[in-house]
Design a protein around this ligand. Structure first.
Ligand SMILES: [Fe+2]
Length: 241
């Protein structure tokens, strides 16, 4: 029995320019703020910006050590599918947000958030929702090994792509933190991964995420695993369905 990943839930970034980055996703791309999670002292820990019904961008108002430069960072880009790229282009133009046509695929747009994270916006006419968080592309040292891990161990399908050519593992000092896969049954997924010899990290509940089903109220409800190049991957089960 497989893990049964049912969606690409979110992509998570640390932000050196939190206000601007939040504004970029809300006002720029037109997403809505879904929730802000604070710890018990009232400090803001993270914000969810809603992309589609069950997909989010997760932003931490927390810096990172590197410059998030393209040569060393883990994330090459992430991809949004939209039903109408023209509408998005108009939106960006109206707000003076930098973008370019990539020229690779007709109507494909490339833009960038204030942290420097690259975003590719593609038209998908089969798109049921207006917009969908489709996949993340990771720079990596050994694309074959990474593909094997995600395909065979995590049984992911179409949510991640790998770009070879990252010279070395340079630590996790860039803006990108993780992707999150939503599963139907978090306990079953944890059991399945453990059975495959993958180490699992669970955290205590520092703040309550309203979207997450938590089988143990003392724990966060989500868990993390690490791929062969040290990238973090989060798993969660939604409370509703
Ligand atoms: Fe997350």
């Amino acid at each position: 029995m497989g893990i049964s990943i049912n969606t690409f839930g979110h992509i998570c970034f640390y932000c050196k320019h939190y206000k601007n980055t939040l504004a970029f996703y809300e006002e720029g791309l037109g997403f809505t703020r879904a929730c802000e999670l604070k710890d018990e002292d009232g400090m803001l820990r993270l914000t969810y910006v809603k992309v589609s019904e069950r997909q989010f961008i997760e932003l931490f108002p927390k810096g990172y050590t590197s410059d998030n430069d393209k040569k060393s960072r883990a994330l090459k880009e992430f991809v949004l599918y939209v039903s109408d790229t023209g509408k998005m282009e108009e939106r960006l133009k109206k707000r003076n947000i930098w973008y370019e046509e990539t020229g690779m695929v007709p109507k494909a747009i490339h833009t960038m958030d204030p942290e420097g994270n690259d975003i590719l916006i593609l038209k998908d006419s089969n798109q049921i929702n207006d917009i969908q968080l489709m996949k993340a592309v990771l720079n990596c040292k050994d694309a074959e090994k990474m593909t094997a891990f995600y395909r065979d161990a995590l049984e992911g399908d179409g949510y991640l792509e790998f770009a070879a050519g990252r010279n070395d593992f340079l630590g996790r000092g860039d803006s990108y933190r993780h992707v999150c896969f939503v599963v139907n049954d978090i306990l079953q997924a944890a059991g399945e991964l453990k059975r495959k010899g993958i180490q699992i990290k669970t955290g205590t509940a520092k703040c309550i995420n309203p979207y997450v089903f938590r089988p143990d109220p003392q724990k966060a409800g989500t868990f993390m695993v690490y791929d062969p190049e040290g990238n973090e991957i989060e798993f969660m089960q939604y409370r509703e369905g």
